[in-house]
Design a protein around this ligand. Structure first.
Ligand code: ADP
Length: 249
């Protein structure tokens, strides 16, 4: 499945400043794309548009040349992961994942298998408050992947976690992605995170956000910190004006 995105313009109020202007890109099937840019650039706005949560923009979103959203119907299975795990505190881990499998016949078996796959086989009946931040993100990953998404939208999903936990979640995400191969749009303001995960990194300017550069990352996975840092350094040397103060390394 290939997503084509053409946003001519997005404003929140008719006379307000444009937030997105002439943003266009197309994904390959199963491509992992990172969207990098300064805070406030409009990255979350773009994800909300792709998710169909925001329809107030001018432009087109198509999947293999068909409209992605038609009214309230969406042509694809879409998975989401946000900055917070967004779990229902009164539901167990298993019930949080079951929530997204409303009409699936073997839903309990599927949810349990996915929770096993993210390392939470022993925590099926725990409540979110009993879990660490890293474990809560594992539940959110299980909930995103259990629907076998064709498109996965991730908005800084591993923010405010310690570095070793982030490393573990990166490797879990890449395992799940390589098994299911959804197309991924992953928002981050951290260049190293983008370069360690993505096939291609799109760099956004400050608002009104435009794509100012794109970088294919040819390194095979898993990528070492040294490899990723070397690519980051090359980029910073090649485009100092683009990246200075705009993204964190
Ligand atoms: P990013 O995700 O890159 O940090 P956002 O998409 O969250 O950026 O925000 C882009 C700009 O749009 C910011 O200036 C923000 O204040 C503004 N904005 C975001 N959501 C709304 C909203 N619901 N109404 C008005 N302005 C908004």
């Amino acid at each position: 499945m290939s997503l084509q995105l053409e946003i001519d313009e997005k404003r929140y109020t008719p006379n307000g400043e444009p937030i997105l202007s002439q943003v266009q890109f197309q994904t390959a099937a199963g491509e992992f794309i990172a969207l990098v840019g300064p805070s406030g650039a409009g990255k979350s706005t773009l994800l909300n548009i792709v998710a169909g949560l925001d329809t107030q923009f001018s432009g087109r979103l198509t999947v293999d040349n068909q409209p992605l959203h038609q009214g309230r119907d969406t042509a694809l299975r879409i998975g989401f992961m946000f900055q917070e795990a967004r779990l229902m505190p009164w539901l167990t881990v298993l019930d949080n994942v079951l929530l997204v499998l409303a009409h699936t016949p073997d839903r309990v078996a599927r949810a349990e298998a996915m929770l096993q796959a993210v390392g939470l086989g022993d925590a099926l009946h725990a409540f979110p408050s009993q879990l660490s931040g890293g474990m809560q993100r594992r539940v959110a990953l299980a909930r995103a992947f259990v629907v076998q998404p064709q498109l996965l939208l991730m908005d800084e999903p591993f923010i405010s976690l310690d570095a070793p936990t982030v490393q573990q979640l990166h490797s879990l995400l890449l395992d799940l992605w390589s098994q299911q191969k959804p197309t991924v749009l992953f928002v981050t303001h951290t260049l190293l995170e983008a370069l360690s995960l993505a096939d291609r990194v799109l760099f956004f300017s400050r608002a009104p956000a435009r794509i100012i550069h794109q970088q294919h990352v040819e390194l095979t996975r898993p990528r070492s910190t040294a490899q990723v840092s070397a690519v980051a350094e090359q980029l910073l040397m090649a485009h100092p004006e683009m990246l200075a103060g705009e993204v964190s390394v």
